[in-house]
Design a protein around this ligand. Structure first.
Ligand code: GP9
Ligand code: MN
Length: 406
C-alpha cells in the first residue's frame, strides 16, 4: 500500500522552500520550450579556444535570462534519459540501469502530464529512433500527447553527421511543427550533434580543435560551438514567428561530455590540476531560463537538475504537489545542496567525494564531521527516491498528475 509514502512526504515537506512571491506565476499561461543540450558541461561557458568564444550565443543569452552557474547534473547510467527523468519528475534516476527501461509503466506525476492537465499541448521532439532509451513507452507514462521522432524528420546523408540529423536542421524542422501546435504548448527538444565522438563536417567548424593528446576533448570544442550556433538560429526563428515573447525557454546540459579518462588533457585546457575535488566541480551543467519580461540574473546557489521541475511549474503559476525532491531555484529559501547519483554531494562550503570531505575554500580535505550532517540527507534522498520508483508509489499519491491515458 502507500503507507511508505507518508514518511517520504513528511521528509519532503520539512525541506520545502517557499516559492518567491513575485516570480510565482510570472509566466502564467506562457508556452514552454525545454532544450536538452547534449553533453554540454558548464566549463565551456564564457571560455575561449584560440581566442574565440566557445558559446558566444549562450554567453549573450545568459545576460537576459536566469542563469544557474552552480548546478550539477545528477545522471547515472541512463545518461540523456536520466536527465529527462530528473528534470520532469524531480525524482532521482536509479543507481543502476536506466529508469526509462526498468520502470516505464509506473505512475508518474511528470511535468508534461501536469501541464496537459492544465490545458497545454505537450510534445517531445528528438530525431532518433522512437524506441531509443524506451522513450516511446516512457513518454506516454509521463504525459506527452505526441513524440516527434526520427520518422517525423526529413533526414538525409547531407543533413546528418555522427548520431544523425544535424542540430541546425533539427531545430529548423522542429520550428515548423511548433508553429502548428495548439497554444499553449510545452515542447521538449533534445539536441544530438554534440554527442561523443563529436564529429563535424569541415564547413560546420566555427572554432579550432584543441591541441592535446585527447582527440575527444580536441573535437569537443567545435561541436559545442556548432550547437551554440544552431541554438542562436532557433531563437531567431522563434522571434521571427512571434513565439518568443509568449514562451519560457529553458536550456540545460544533460550530463558530462568529457569523462575522467581525459583528465590529463582537461588539465592542459583548464590550467589546473584535476583532483577528486575538481572532478566533482566539473559535473556542473549550464542551466538557463529565459522568462519574457524578466531581467537577467546569475544565480549561484548550489543546485541540481532535480530542482528544475518545481522552478518551471512555479514560474507558470502551477503549485507543486508535494513529492518533488527538488526545490524552486528562484526561491529565496533554496538551500545550497546537490547530491549526485554516485552519492557524492556538494553544499555551500563542502564537496564530498570518494569518502573524503573537501573544503570548497581551500580545495583541501577537512575532517569528516564537517560533511556528516549532509551525508545523511544525501543518502536519504536517494533511498527515498529509489523506493518511490521500485515500489511504484506514486500510484498511491493524490489523483492529480498525468491526465493522459496510457
Ligand atoms: C540519443 C541521445 C543521446 O537519443 O539521447 O544519448 P546519450 O548517450 O547521451 O544518453
Ligand atoms: Mn546525452
Amino acid at each position: 500500500d502507500g503507507s511508505e509514502l507518508t514518511g517520504i512526504e513528511n521528509y519532503i515537506r520539512s525541506n520545502k522552500a517557499e516559492p518567491d512571491g513575485k516570480l510565482f506565476g510570472a509566466a502564467k499561461g506562457k508556452n514552454l520550450i525545454v532544450i536538452s543540450m547534449e553533453s554540454t558541461q558548464g566549463f565551456v561557458i564564457n571560455k575561449k579556444i584560440n581566442g574565440k568564444e566557445i558559446t558566444p550565443f549562450l554567453n549573450d543569452f545568459i545576460k537576459e535570462s536566469f542563469y544557474f552557474d552552480n548546478l550539477y547534473h545528477q545522471t547515472g547510467q541512463g545518461k540523456t534519459s536520466d536527465a529527462e527523468f530528473l528534470v520532469e519528475n524531480s525524482l532521482y534516476p536509479l543507481g543502476r540501469g536506466a529508469v526509462f527501461f526498468t520502470n516505464p509503466q509506473n505512475t508518474y506525476h511528470a511535468t508534461p502530464g501536469i501541464l496537459a492537465g492544465n490545458g497545454y499541448y505537450t510534445a517531445a521532439m528528438h530525431a532518433n529512433n522512437k524506441s531509443f532509451w524506451n522513450r516511446d513507452i516512457m513518454y506516454k507514462s509521463m504525459g506527452y500527447n505526441r513524440y516527434y521522432h526520427l520518422m517525423d524528420y526529413h533526414v538525409t546523408p547531407e543533413n546528418s553527421i555522427g548520431w544523425g540529423l544535424k542540430d541546425r536542421d533539427f531545430f529548423n524542422q522542429s520550428l515548423t511543427y511548433i508553429n502548428q501546435m495548439p497554444r499553449p504548448f510545452y515542447a521538449k527538444l533534445l539536441t544530438l550533434t554534440n554527442h561523443f565522438p563529436f564529429v563535424l563536417d569541415r564547413e560546420d567548424k566555427l572554432v579550432d580543435e584543441f591541441n592535446s593528446s585527447s582527440k575527444t576533448l580536441n573535437r569537443y570544442f567545435p561541436t559545442v560551438r556548432y550547437t551554440d550556433e544552431a541554438l542562436k538560429h532557433f531563437i531567431q526563428g522563434l522571434k521571427e514567428e512571434g513565439v518568443y515573447d509568449d514562451t519560457v525557454i529553458v536550456l540545460y546540459g544533460d550530463h558530462y561530455g568529457i569523462s575522467e579518462n581525459h583528465n590529463e588533457a582537461m588539465e592542459q585546457y583548464l590550467g589546473i590540476k584535476i583532483t577528486p575535488f575538481e572532478a566533482v566541480k566539473l559535473q556542473k551543467v549550464p542551466v538557463i531560463i529565459h522568462v519574457p519580461g524578466e531581467k537577467g540574473k546569475t544565480i549561484s546557489t548550489v543546485s541540481g537538475q532535480v530542482d528544475l521541475k518545481p522552478t518551471i511549474l512555479h514560474l507558470l503559476g502551477i503549485e507543486t504537489e508535494g513529492l518533488e525532491f527538488g526545490n524552486d531555484l528562484l526561491s529565496p529559501d533554496k538551500k545550497d545542496f546537490a547530491v549526485l547519483r554516485s552519492g557524492n554531494f556538494v553544499t555551500r562550503d563542502y564537496v564530498y567525494t570518494k569518502g573524503t570531505c573537501y573544503s570548497k575554500k581551500t580545495g583541501e580535505p577537512v575532517e569528516q564531521k564537517a560533511c556528516k550532517p549532509y551525508e545523511e540527507k544525501a543518502d536519504l534522498e536517494l533511498l527515498y527516491s529509489d523506493k518511490i520508483i521500485y515500489g511504484d508509489l506514486l500510484r498511491f499519491f493524490g489523483n492529480k498528475g498525468s491526465t493522459v491515458k496510457k
